[in-house]
Design a protein around this ligand. Structure first.
Ligand code: AMP
Length: 395
């Protein structure tokens, strides 16, 4: 029996979930927000209880100290020695990390070197790793990479049609992201379809604030919509997704507020997508309220999102030459009956039909009609569980 903690460290936040392994029971979970700012918010949930406090947390080391103190304070553990493994989500593993690994000094240095590929994420992930190593130096820590699942993509899919030297000299290629989520739901899909994983072809649609669609053949990622960075693919909550790159220099030349490429990329990452079009919010719930009230910008945002999702799903039907199922997951995919209905309606030619009685709030599993040739599945993702399982496997 052991207790394993799954960590997802962002630049100013640290999300965690504590498991009893191998039972896979969630003992507690929480989030520390606004690290490095005034009034950091610490939330811990365990059993039916939820504790929140506000205090100033200077850095990740202090955040980890408070997290561990909270675990003992609330009686979730009696001693730090009960924690036998820590799993860290790391966004970019480049071409080096094809699977999760036990973190030693060399691995940590490589994660930091890979920051060029995920400048917003890898330094924060490394800070989280370092903080735990400081406080629990004897405990095995494992890095689980968002990109690892996509390292099976063939070269035709991961290469961009730009001169070879940009790949060989600068590692410019598609890496993808959300790999842990696509890995998890593709395996759950095979179970639901009652078929061996090796024989299943699925299109997994992770539709949350970030959105990525993946073609999974026999359990392996063969193509995915995120690219060199997580900015690519269908439009997302605040990210534009794919646009013509010639827009970037054009905007620098014409909009005096945009001085350089970094400014434009910032706009494409933070002020675009659903937020850019609907204006009211990046949150799909607000956009759906606007849609139902007939508000034109929300209606356009909703329709554009559906259109982009359909086009990517259609592409992956072609990549896979047919599929057994389309899987919806993440915040919007798991909860939005409207998005699921609209997306599948326009793809009926591919042999998909939703049963409206099954496509309800809280639906899980198969929501298609019995004669739908391609099944439509709703599978809640569980990236933390994959992290905890990888710690068990490797420690
Ligand atoms: P995630 O990034 O996976 O946490 O997903 C966040 C997104 O899920 C946000 O856009 C939310 O608005 C959306 N979401 C959560 N619940 C619902 C719901 N009931 N209906 C529509 N969208 C939802």
């Amino acid at each position: 029996m052991s207790k394993t903690i799954a960590i997802n460290a962002g630049s100013s936040s640290l999300k965690w979930q504590l498991y009893q392994m191998p039972e896979e029971t969630v003992l507690a979970k929480g989030i520390i927000e606004r690290i490095g700012l005034k009034d950091s918010i610490v939330t811990v949930k365990f059993g039916e209880e939820k504790a929140t406090q506000t205090l100033d947390i200077a850095d990740h080391v202090q955040a980890v100290t408070i997290l561990l103190e909270d675990l003992t304070k609330h009686g979730i553990i009696s001693d730090f020695s009960e924690i036998t493994g820590v799993g860290h989500r790391v966004v970019a593993g480049g071409e080096i990390f094809k699977d999760s690994v036990v973190i030693d000094d060399q691995v940590l240095a490589q994660i930091e070197e890979l920051s060029a590929l995920a400048p917003l994420h890898n330094p924060a992930n490394a800070a989280g790793i370092r903080a735990f190593k400081n406080i629990l130096p004897e405990v095995t820590s494992v890095a689980v990479f968002d990109t690892a699942f996509h390292t099976t993509m063939p070269e035709v899919a991961y290469r961009y049609p730009i001169a070879n030297k940009y790949y060989t000299d600068y590692q410019v290629r598609k890496y993808g992201a959300h790999g842990t989520s696509h890995y998890y739901v593709s395996r759950e899909a095979a179970k639901l379809l009652n078929k061996p994983l090796e024989e299943v072809k699925v299109i997994t649609a992770h539709i949350g604030n970030g959105i990525s669609i993946t073609a999974v053949d026999g359990g392996k990622s063969v193509d995915t919509s995120m690219g060199f960075t997580p900015l690519a693919g269908p439009m997302m909550g605040t990210r534009s997704g794919d646009i013509d790159p010639a827009i970037i220099p054009y905007l620098i030349e014409h909009d005096p507020e945009l001085k350089d490429a970094a400014d434009v990329i910032n706009v494409l990452n933070k002020q675009s997508g659903i937020l850019g079009i609907a204006e009211v919010s990046s949150d799909m719930r607000d956009v759906e309220d606007g849609l139902l009230a007939g508000e034109p910008k929300c209606t356009l945002a909703f329709n554009m999102l559906v259109n982009r999702l359909q086009k990517f799903i259609g592409q992956y039907f072609a990549v896979l030459n047919g599929a057994d199922a389309l899987v919806f997951t993440a915040g919007i995919g798991e909860n939005s009956t409207l998005v699921r209905e609209a997306v599948v309606k326009g793809l009926s030619w591919f042999g998909m039909e939703i049963n409206p009685e099954k496509n309800v709030r809280g639906a899980e599993g198969d929501i298609s009609t019995s004669d739908s040739r391609v099944k439509v599945l709703v599978i809640p993702t569980d990236e933390e569980l994959v992290i905890a399982r990888d710690v068990e496997r490797l420690k």
